[in-house]
Design a protein around this ligand. Structure first.
Ligand code: ARG
Length: 437
C-alpha cells in the first residue's frame, strides 16, 4: 500500500519500487518510529485535532504492532517503501479507517528526522557504555602490568616508560572519545517533530508535549533546518572515526608487540587465527581487522559528507542514504570496541622481553645529560658530551651503564660513582612519570 497513490495515474514500476525502498535498512528504526507515532497521536488527541477515542485506538494499535514485532509475530518485510509505510499500513490493517488519522499534521520528513534522532540517542548511550567498559579493562590490565619498557619516538627507542603508562595513554584517548559523544548528544537533543514537510503546520499542535513525552530538551528552532539537518549523524560518524583511529593505533601496537621482533605481548589464541599453509603461524587477525575496518568508517563519513554537500533546503531523497552509512559506522565501532576489550583483557605481557629491550638503545642517554646538568653543565653542552659517549658505547658494544667510571671520565671529569644510580632505569622511572592516572 502506498501512502501517496492519490495523484498518480500509473503504478510505480517494479524496478523503481526496488530502487526506492529503504525498508531493509530503516527497519531497525521500528521502535523509534512507533514510540514517535504514539507521542504524536497522544498530542493530536490532547490538542483536540482528532477525537481522544481515536487517539486511544491508534495508540493501542501501535502498541500491539510493537509487541508483535518484538515477539516475532510480525516480521518487518514486504513491498513497503520504508518503515514508516510499514507501520502505518499495518496499523490501518489492524484498526481500520481510524488508523488513517495518524498522519494528520505530520510528514515522513519530520517523522524520519525524529526516528533517527531518537535512535542515535539510544545507540550513542550504548556506544558510550562500550567505551567505558574498554576503559575499565585497560585500567585493570595496566595496573596489573606496571613493568618497565622502552618508549619510542619515530619507532626508535627513546626513553624508558612503563607498560602501564603506555597503555593508559589509550585510556586518556578513550576518555576524550567518551566526552565527544556526550557533547554530540547534547547538541542533537532537539525534537524535529512538528516541522512537518518543511513549513510546520496550520494545525494548532503542541510541540512541547511531544518534546517532553519523548525526552528531548527542546523543539528545533527552524522547520526547514529541522527536516534537513543531518549534522548530528555527521558529527557522530566523525566521533566514531576518531575512536576507530585510536583503536587502530592500539591495534598497530599490538601487531608490532606480538611479533617476534618485539615479543612484548602475546595475544590470546581465542583472538588469533592460523595459516592454512604455515603450521607455525599465529596471526593477530582481530587487531588487523580493527585497523582495516577503520578505513570503512572513514568511508562512511566521507560518503555522507559528500551526499549532503550541495543539497538545497529542505528534504531531498538523497538523504535516505544517511542511514546506511550511519548504521554501518555504528555497528563497526561497537564491534571493534567489544573485540578490543576482550583482546586486551586476555593479553599476556612479557615482562622479561621488555626489560631486555630496555637494555639496548641507550634509553638513559637523556638522564646522563641531566646528570651533568646537576653539576652545572648547560644542557646543550651536556647533550653534546653524551652524544660522544653514545658513539663510544656503540663502537664498544656496551650499554651506557656498563661503562667504567674511568671511561665516563674520559668525557667529563664531573662524573663520579653516583652516575650509576642516577641513570639506573628504575631510578629514572621513579623520578620521572608522575600522573594522576
Ligand atoms: N525513507 C525516507 C528517508 O529515509 C523517509 C522520508 C521520505 N520522505 C519523502 N518525502 N519521500 O529519508
Amino acid at each position: 500500500m502506498k501512502l501517496w497513490g492519490g495523484r498518480f495515474k500509473k503504478e510505480e514500476n517494479k524496478l523503481m519500487e526496488d530502487f526506492n525502498t529503504s525498508l531493509p535498512v530503516d527497519k531497525r528504526l521500528y521502535f523509534e518510529d512507533i514510540t514517535g507515532s504514539i507521542a504524536h497521536v497522544k498530542m493530536l488527541g490532547k490538542c483536540n485535532i482528532i477525537p481522544t477515542e481515536d487517539s486511544k485506538l491508534i495508540e493501542l494499535g501501535l502498541v500491539s504492532i510493537l509487541n508483535d514485532i518484538e515477539n516475532n509475530n510480525l516480521l518487518i518485510e514486504g513491498d513497503y517503501e520504508d518503515i514508516h509505510s510499514f507501520v502505518e499500513s499495518n496499523l490501518i490493517k489492524r484498526i481500520g479507517d481510524v488508523g488513517k488519522k495518524l498522519h494528520t499534521s505530520r510528514s515522513r520528513n519530520d517523522q524520519v528526522a525524529l526516528d533517527t534522532r531518537l535512535y542515535t540517542k539510544h545507540q550513542t548511550m550504548n556506544t558510550i557504555e562500550n567505551i567505558i567498559s574498554l576503559k575499565d579493562t585497560i585500567k585493570t590490565v595496566a595496573e596489573r602490568n606496571p613493568y618497565i619498557m622502552p618508549g619510542y619516538t619515530h619507532l626508535q627507542r627513546a626513553q624508558v616508560v612503563t607498560f602501564r603508562h603506555h597503555l593508559m595513554a589509550y585510556f586518556s584517548m578513550l576518555s576524550r572519545d567518551e566526552q565527544r559523544l556526550r557533547n554530540a548528544l547534547e547538541i542533537l537533543d532537539e525534537n524535529p517533530l512538528g516541522c512537518c514537510a518543511l513549513a510546520g503546520t496550520t494545525y494548532n499542535i503542541d510541540r512541547n508535549l511531544t518534546t517532553t513525552e519523548l525526552g528531548f530538551k527542546k523543539p528545533v528552532d527552524n522547520f526547514l533546518d529541522g527536516v534537513s539537518d543531518r549534522d548530528y549523524l555527521l558529527e557522530l560518524i566523525s566521533d566514531f572515526s576518531i575512536i576507530m583511529m585510536h583503536l587502530s593505533r592500539l591495534s598497530e601496537e599490538l601487531i608490532l608487540w606480538s611479533s617476534q621482533e618485539f615479543g612484548f605481548v602475546q595475544i590470546d589464541d581465542s583472538y588469533s587465527t592460523g595459516s592454512s599453509i604455515m603450521p607455525q603461524k599465529k596471526n593477530p587477525d582481530a587487531a588487523e581487522l580493527i585497523r582495516g575496518k577503520t578505513g570503512s568508517v572513514y568511508g562512511n563519513l566521507m560518503s555522507l559528507l559528500t551526499t549532503m554537500k550541495g543539497l538545497p533546503l529542505a528534504y531531498n531523497k538523497d538523504m535516505q542514504e544517511d542511514k546506511q552509512q550511519f548504521f554501518s559506522a555504528l555497528d563497526t565501532v561497537n564491534s571493534c570496541l567489544k573485540i578490543m576489550k576482550e583482546m586486551i583483557a586476555t593479553i599476556k605481557v612479557k615482562e622479561d622481553n621488555m626489560k631486555k629491550a630496555v637494555k639496548r638503545g641507550f634509553l638513559n642517554a637523556t638522564e646522563v645529560a641531566d646528570y651533568l646538568v646537576t653539576k652545572q653543565v648547560p644542557f646543550r653542552e651536556a647533550h653534546g658530551i653524551v652524544g660522544a659517549i653514545v658513539i663510544y658505547a656503540e663502537e664498544n658494544d656496551k650499554a651506557i651503564e656498563d661503562l667504567t667510571l674511568d671511561e665516563f671520565k674520559q668525557f667529563s671529569e664531573l662524573f663520579t660513582e653516583d652516575i650509576y644510580k642516577f641513570i639506573d632505569y628504575s631510578e629514572v622511572l621513579k623520578r620521572g612519570i608522575k600522573t594522576n592516572l
